[in-house]
Design a protein around this ligand. Structure first.
Ligand code: GBH
Length: 469
């Protein structure tokens, strides 16, 4: 029994599904085992200065060898579903061409272990680990990478489709295109204008091609995960409102307009000046990208506030694609996670309602990630008292319940993350897990938030399920 007072359990409707999420490069380790090829994250993390303290995913949580223990933790947690990603370079070490049987076998074992535990697999095909061989040929800047992704999607669907119903094509294409090719803080670490905008488009094309392959293989529940931002303007001044529109275009509309409304975003010309001529677009692409989906995945962590600001580079042709004349502010008060992110649960309700109003044709929504980084330590009593995370989860699940009450169709929620893990450029300092990982021993210790989430799921079932007959 928790010895500190816990927030009351949020009330979600019958049939609402609970899960936990991870991603391959963040947890698997075994980076050079069983024929896996290098991804852009192997190269990037091994480049001095790219990640905090030179952290890499070489070992990470060693999930590749400890997946049975991790599935046991999921079973004990009681989740309906587990969202994990497949490492493209385990299946196709060169990104295309020769198939690696031992890589295929690993996800067979993981999926079978999950099914034996009564947990539905939710598979993300791409959580940022592009095979380096494809980056060497242009990466997401070139259309061939989208075609290679279709080949990979077909392979995965063919192999696992008999046991996996729910598929997510891409995780947060914003990060792949703009953090990777414009901000340069993620692999491959480029700082480009046109290259990043071409990458954004080719990611959407890759998604469309993959949806086609998944459907052809009989997949029934297919979607994409976006990190949509709830963006507030710093003031009502026209300049700040225009800045907000540019940020909406960069973060949200570039994805939601083609995916959910069959058109390119309305404000791209003023967002990117001469860069957004769309030279990489082909006739028919909008039909491909806009093919109907079964669900929209949303990852949500925090809102942002923006104000108009000078561009960093005067010549539009020389700018990166994130240099859109916007500064980010944080007027949200004192509640923050160790990532420095403000905690504003009402922004999630606003975001969900906004998607619902703007895109009445939107498919049902899943929250595919939501969670909090905290400075978790094992206390003398052997437990991890992550009360801030419990508060974060409780408040955001309540925000989801509020959106549902307002008419938004939200079907489920994945906590990010099952385990503390490799937090990309931030290395291992940021802990997002429901389960603590001691990186020296790889020991797993469920935190108070794990026990709280388990209690919530148990209480939800007791309240909503038909009594056994
Ligand atoms: C999600 O990204 C990811 O899907 C997941 O893999 C990640 O672990 C989780 O959220 C928590 O961050 O490294 O300092 O340059 C959320 C959006 C965008 C947040 C990139 C971190 C980079 C900051 N992420 N951002 S830094």
């Amino acid at each position: 029994c928790p010895h500190v007072s816990s927030p009351p359990f949020p009330t979600l409707p019958a049939g609402f599904r609970f899960g936990a999420a991870t991603a391959a490069y963040q947890i698997e380790g075994a980076h050079d085992e069983d024929g896996r090829g290098p991804s852009i994250w192997d190269i990037f993390s091994h480049t001095p200065g790219r990640t905090l303290a030179g952290a890499t995913g070489d070992t990470a949580c060693d999930h590749y060898h400890r997946y049975r223990e991790d599935v046991a933790l999921l079973r004990e947690l009681g989740v309906d579903t587990y969202r994990f990603s497949i490492a493209w370079p385990r299946l196709l070490p060169q990104g295309t061409g020769p198939v690696n049987a031992r890589g295929l076998d690993f996800y067979d074992r993981l999926i079978d272990e999950l099914l034996a535990a009564g947990i539905a697999p939710t598979v993300t095909l791409y959580h940022w680990d592009l095979p380096q061989a494809l980056e060497d040929r242009g990466g997401w800047r070139v259309r061939e990478t989208a075609e290679a992704f279709a080949e990979y999607a077909a392979l995965a669907a063919d192999r696992y489709g008999d046991r996996v119903d729910r598929w997510i094509t891409l995780n947060e294409p914003y990060c792949s295109a703009f953090v990777g090719y414009a901000e340069g803080r993620h692999a491959p670490g480029a700082e480009e204008g046109r290259g990043a905008l071409a990458a954004a488009h080719h990611l959407l094309v890759a998604h469309g091609l993959a949806v086609c392959e998944l459907r052809a293989a009989g997949a029934r529940d297919v979607g994409i995960t976006l990190n949509l931002d709830r963006i507030h303007a710093a003031s009502d001044r026209p300049a700040d409102r225009a800045a907000r529109l540019r940020a909406e275009t960069l973060h949200n509309d570039i994805w939601t307009e083609p995916l959910l409304a069959g058109r390119y975003p309305a404000h791209e010309a003023e967002t990117w000046a001469g860069l957004a001529d769309g030279a990489w677009r082909l006739p028919g692409d909008l039909d491909l990208i806009g093919a109907p989906l079964d669900f929209l995945g949303i990852n949500f962590y925090r809102p942002t506030t923006v104000a108009a600001a000078p561009h960093r580079v005067a010549d539009p042709e020389q700018r990166t694609a994130v240099d859109i004349g916007v500064a980010e502010l944080d007027p949200y008060g004192t509640r923050h996670t160790t990532m420095g992110w403000p905690v504003v649960p009402s922004a999630l309700t606003e975001l969900l309602c906004d998607v619902h109003v703007r895109y009445p044709q939107s498919p049902p929504i899943w929250i595919t990630e939501n969670g909090s980084a905290e400075a978790d330590i094992i206390a003398p009593d052997g437990r991890v008292h992550d009360g801030d995370r419990v508060g974060y989860l409780a408040d955001h699940l309540t925000a989801v319940a509020d959106a549902i009450a307002a008419g938004v169709d939200v079907r489920g929620y994945h906590a990010w993350s099952l385990l503390d893990n490799f937090e990309w450029a931030r290395g291992y300092d940021q802990r997002f897990g429901l389960v603590h990982v001691d990186y020296a021993t790889l020991t797993r210790t469920p935190k108070d938030s794990y026990h709280w989430y388990r209690g919530l799921i148990t209480a939800h079932r007791a309240r909503t399920e038909e009594p056994a007959r």
